[in-house]
Design a protein around this ligand. Structure first.
Ligand code: NDP
Length: 245
């Protein structure tokens, strides 16, 4: 089976690492584009042939250009771009420092846009490609997340426009919107807060990074041909109804 090539931003930990591993299992060479890569799992330590780590801040277009230069040199093609890197800086709007608004928009929205821009050039040339952008259920509205929710709403809008612009080049672009997922982020919550969030889920469970990775794999593969511009929720049903917290 021919080796495919993927870029996963923020692919070195959390949900991004689960996506990296899922793609590696399916014959992809994965470019992990991340600020750091300090804590690779045993499996990654022992098999360095199916991934390449490139240190890159996705808010910096010159660093992104270097990523694409390396990728073109080594693999000449890009089958899949996964925009997963993201940050949160939560606060009620009256307490939120302006720089927390700017930073979240820079990383989550502008970083995604910059990556899509470069990827669209190579994918347009090869007349093939898939992009999957990691949004969040929070785009629907979450108190304390004016910056984050707006950035993820922007990611969904960007996804829809790219589907319109790139469809005729056989480039399909979709978003995955995770809900409550068991990562370092959610483990940092007070246990009683976490428990109440889990109880508010229709599924009464918390998702795993691997659940998100499965959806990304589906939307990045030929299994999802003819699906573009869509948002796939991986949230145990929390996006249904109006019971937001
Ligand atoms: P983590 O914080 O665990 O991982 C995010 C990764 O992105 C880190 O490796 C981080 O690097 C990297 N990163 C941050 N900023 C940049 C940047 N400027 N350039 C390159 N890489 C960067 O997050 P999660 O795994 O929890 O989340 C992954 C995605 O899923 C995010 O987009 C998030 O918004 C979304 N999401 C997560 C949910 C959850 O419950 N966890 C729910 C809904 C959506 P470093 O470690 O060095 O800071």
């Amino acid at each position: 089976m021919a080796i495919k090539t993927a870029i996963v931003t923020g692919g070195g930990r959390g949900i991004g690492l689960a996506i990296t591993n899922k793609l590696r299992q399916h014959n992809y060479h994965v470019y992990i584009v991340d600020l750091s890569f300090d804590n690779p799992e045993e499996d990654l330590k022992n098999n360095t042939k199916d991934f390449t780590f490139i240190k890159c801040d996705i808010t910096k277009s010159d660093e992104i250009n270097e990523v694409f230069k390396t990728l073109k040199l080594n693999h000449q093609q890009l089958d899949l771009l996964v925009n997963n890197a993201g940050i949160i800086r939560d606060n009620m709007i009256w307490k939120m420092p302006e720089e927390d608004f700017d930073n979240v928009i820079q990383v989550n929205l502008k970083g995604t846009w910059l990556m899509c821009k470069e990827a669209s050039k190579i994918m347009k040339e090869q007349k093939f490609g898939r992009m999957v952008n990691i949004a969040s259920r929070a785009w629907l509205g979450n108190r304390g997340q004016t910056n984050y929710a707006a950035s993820k709403a922007g990611v969904i809008s960007l996804t829809r426009v790219l589907a319109l612009e790139l469809g005729k080049y056989n480039i399909f672009v979709n978003a995955v919107a995770p809900g409550l997922i068991d990562t370092a982020l959610s483990r940092g919550l007070e246990p009683n807060v976490l428990q109440s969030l889990i109880e508010a889920q229709p599924s009464k469970t918390i998702g795993k990074p691997e659940d998100v990775a499965k959806a990304v794999y589906f939307l990045g593969s030929n299994e999802s041909d003819f699906i573009t511009g869509q948002v796939l929720y991986v949230d145990g049903g929390k996006s249904i109804g109006s019971n937001f917290i």
